[in-house]
Design a protein. Structure first.
Length: 239
């Protein structure tokens, strides 16, 4: 692994973490989102998007704070967050899905690392001769679980659904989007692993997590048209 790539990876990760921390501080300092789950979505999004995500938060996310929504309702106006152009609403919907995927993938990857190196779970985690294929299965399960949970806590309170109805609505709204996101992520990680490096990257290397940042960007791209369709059909709610 070239030194310059390791240094670049460390810088990218450090900047992303700083952007995420800044966003979280800004939310806690008085800019809480009207939709509660978005208080988590924005900082998580910045863990892979860094300055781009922070710019989007100030440009788009600040339009949907609780204070802004309350002021708009008091004036009898449509809240600016609900009057976004379709391309912005789609981007927010994609990041909402992506936050669940990001959290799920992060948890799953570290679970695999610690399980594979522990004395108790240290069995062979390879599938078709590679650990990455096993990781993708566990990644998908964890990402799906977190993604549906994020969507559940968006749709259920918004529509006043029962727990069962909320779960079904969440699955309908996010199953395709989550799958599309993971396809983009897997695609990039396959390119990085087999075409660029020719071997699996250790999870303890900053380069692995830098590649995962790029993978999340790829996931955003592949899930974007799916989210556009879901919003256009009314299957997914604007956020």
């Amino acid at each position: 692994m070239p030194d310059w790539l390791s240094y670049l990876s460390l810088v990218s990760l450090a900047v992303a973490i700083a952007c995420s921390a800044w966003c979280a501080f800004d939310i806690l300092a008085g800019h809480r989102q009207h939709m509660m789950i978005m208080n988590l979505v924005w900082p998580i999004t910045m863990l892979w998007s860094g300055p781009m995500g922070l710019y989007s938060y100030y440009k788009v996310g600040r339009q949907s704070t609780h204070a802004v929504m309350k002021e708009a309702h008091a004036r009898g106006e449509k809240p600016p967050g609900m009057a976004r152009p379709q391309w912005q609403s789609t981007g927010v919907a994609a990041t909402h899905c992506g936050a669940g995927c990001t959290l799920g993938d992060f948890v799953a990857e570290w679970f695999i690392y610690f399980a594979a190196t522990s004395a108790y779970f240290g069995w062979n985690w390879e599938l078709f001769g590679h650990t990455i294929f096993t990781a993708w299965i566990i990644d998908f399960i964890a990402a799906f679980a977190f993604g549906i949970m994020f969507q559940y806590f968006t749709i259920k309170p918004m529509k006043g659904l029962s727990p069962g109805e909320g779960l079904i609505a969440a699955i309908k709204a996010d199953a395709l989007s989550l799958t599309a996101w993971q396809v983009g992520m897997y695609g990039w990680m396959a390119i990085a692993t087999f075409a660029i490096f020719g071997e699996e990257i250790p999870k303890t290397s900053p380069v692995f997590w830098f590649m995962m940042q790029i993978a999340m960007l790829a996931g955003f791209v592949t899930s974007y048209p799916v989210n556009w369709w879901l919003l256009s059909r009314g299957i997914k709610e604007k956020m």
